[in-house]
Design a protein around this ligand. Sequence first.
Ligand SMILES: [Zn+2]
Ligand SMILES: [Zn+2]
Length: 112
Amino acid sequence: MSLPYICKRCLDTNSQKSFSELPGGHQCSKCIDQYTAFKWKTLSGEIMKTHLCFNCAQKSSACQVCGLDVVYFIPVELRDRTLKIITLEGGDINDNGLVRKIMDLVREEVKS
Ligand SMILES: [Zn+2]
Ligand SMILES: [Zn+2]
């Protein structure tokens, strides 16, 4: 069984064995393809379900559940725009420390 592509926040479970495939075809909310959906229970008892197909999620590094970037927890469009601005300003987007710092600021802005 392949595992879903999800962020740590949505994962929130102590065992990968707790994933179960949802029966029947499910439609991806982005490309509207049929895909294998998963559900699982988090440590806090919440039932989580995937909404995006694996391909869409992986292609844009987005979580299959919340659709946010799996590393920085911000919307992927915002992440891409931010990376573009960093590049335009002469920043190195392969500089993980720099990118992380900026994404942290962006995430704080999104929250407030
Ligand atoms: Zn899709
Ligand atoms: Zn998520």
